[in-house]
Ligand binder design. Structure first.
Ligand SMILES: Cc1ncc(COP(=O)(O)O)c(C=O)c1O
Length: 441
């Protein structure tokens, strides 16, 4: 069930929000998801608002990793088929768990690869330039890794990216206009690859409309869902999206460098994967070691090699929490918290001498799970925040990303974060920090 956006806070008027610690405390008290916080390792001396980059460790993830280690110790090679959770079918099992989050059938999703590797694998399957239809349409606000991958895929086909990789322009440097994207879906376009939620501004694109238009025009369309999975409900199957891919270390809390996942619509089952490997073979006969690739019947065919079992175990634990909470409840709280944060920034940080502004679209239906707070001195302010125990991240040139995570962020923490931002400006302490970027921002 999609989240009822009509019930989501409308940023034009904020009747449900008030200033003050008392209001924040009251909101926490009535929060139906508040008990999930205990399942995570939340440090008492930190306010962690970077779960859109790396979600926090949970006790469930830890227990699942320890159980997988135990299976390794106990079973050795037999762990592939023995134990509570045999490793041989782990990728499919996790895919099925994730499928609820993206609105897909259980066999349309598989856990495998990484975001970038999966993009390569899917584009090498679904980019079939022919005749005058040779262009890939992406956008200039996309995550750089996606553009590097698309660029190299175009080159692999012997085409020049300057001509064949078209980047839709943003009008404001923050967001994309769906009308502009649609205008560029011409009969020269073979493939469209776009983010579901933009990594910097947090804009959520209208996936349904973009997919409907692309398909009506005979164009294949895929989405990078790294910033939407676990924060926003999707209906990838019903919308008819051709393919999607994402990482699991952000809102899914699968751990640093955790394995990615991908979706392939069932109408493409049987299409030969562009980058085949033995883990995409039909499982019943994989160990026959036949020389002919006989692909798995579902999205499992797009696996390449052996899954990293210990890392994947963490995801198994982490996903159970999301499943218990339910993506609609997560989305409802996320929208309420991002709305509350924007309200606080508007009310307390937008005037002089503070000078902060919001770069995220205001409408509930157009925003993902984080808020882009803009400031000319964003880099030093982000460092000052971290020094005071509030963990944001910085994206050049001027964006502090703050992500309230429905499973573990409290309203009081958001109130305190905004108070901290005021204190940082009032005290002039930013002067102590350099404007040089850290290697990992
Ligand atoms: C939107 C988006 N796409 C792609 C990537 C690259 O992911 P990976 O390093 O897992 O391939 C990231 C990483 O943060 C991302 O945020």
């Amino acid at each position: 069930m999609p989240c009822d956006l009509a019930m989501a806070p409308d940023v034009a008027k904020w009747p449900r929000y008030q200033l003050g610690l008392e209001h924040a405390t009251a909101r926490d008290a009535e929060d139906g998801l508040r008990h999930f916080r205990e399942r995570f390792y939340v440090r008492p001396d930190r306010i962690y608002l970077d779960g859109n980059s790396l979600g926090l460790a949970s006790r469930d993830a830890e227990a699942a990793v320890l159980a997988a280690l135990e299976d390794w110790k106990t079973f050795g090679i037999d762990g592939w088929l023995s134990g509570e959770r045999p490793w041989f079918s782990l990728a499919e099992e996790l895919g099925a768990l994730e499928s609820e989050l993206v609105g897909a059938g259980p066999d349309e999703v598989v856990m495998t690869g990484s975001t970038t590797v999966n993009l390569h694998s899917l584009v090498s399957t679904f980019y079939r330039p022919s005749g005058t239809r040779t262009l890939i349409l992406a956008d200039e606000l996309n995550f750089p890794s996606d553009l590097y991958a698309l660029d190299s895929q175009v080159r692999l086909h012997g085409h020049d990216p300057a001509e064949h990789l078209v980047l839709a322009r943003s009008r404001d440097g923050r967001t994309l206009d769906e009308n502009d994207l649609i205008e560029q879906m011409t009969d020269r376009v073979a493939l469209v690859v776009l983010p579901a939620v933009l990594y910097r501004s947090g804009q959520l694109l209208d996936l349904e409309r973009l997919t409907r238009t692309a398909r009506a025009r005979g164009i294949t369309i895929g989405f990078d869902c790294a910033h939407s999975v676990g924060a926003v409900p999707h209906r990838l199957h019903d919308w008819g999206v051709d393919f999607a891919f994402w990482c699991t270390y952000k809102y899914l809390n699968g751990g640093p460098g955790a394995v990615g996942s991908l979706f392939v619509h069932e109408r493409h089952f049987g299409t030969r994967p562009g980058l085949a490997g033995w883990w995409g073979h039909h499982k019943a006969r994989q160990f026959d070691m036949g020389l002919r690739f006989e692909q798995a019947p579902g999205a499992g065919a797009w696996q390449i090699g052996t899954p990293p079992v210990l890392g994947a175990a963490a995801l198994y634990g982490a996903l159970r929490i999301l499943q218990e909470a339910g993506i609609d409840a997560i989305r409802a709280k996320s929208l309420d918290q991002t709305g509350y944060l924007m309200f606080l920034v508007d009310e307390l940080l937008s005037q002089a001498p503070y000078g902060f502004s919001i770069g995220t679209p205001r409408e509930a239906a157009r925003r993902g799970g984080h808020v882009a707070v803009e400031h000319p001195d964003a880099i030093r302010i982000a460092k000052a925040l971290k020094a005071r125990g509030v963990v944001p991240d910085f994206r050049p040139p001027n964006v502090i990303r703050l992500a309230p995570i429905a499973l573990y962020t409290t309203y009081v923490e958001l109130w305190q974060t905004v108070q901290t931002l005021r204190e940082i400006v009032d005290s002039g302490e930013v002067e102590r920090f350099s404007a040089a970027r850290e290697t990992v921002a």
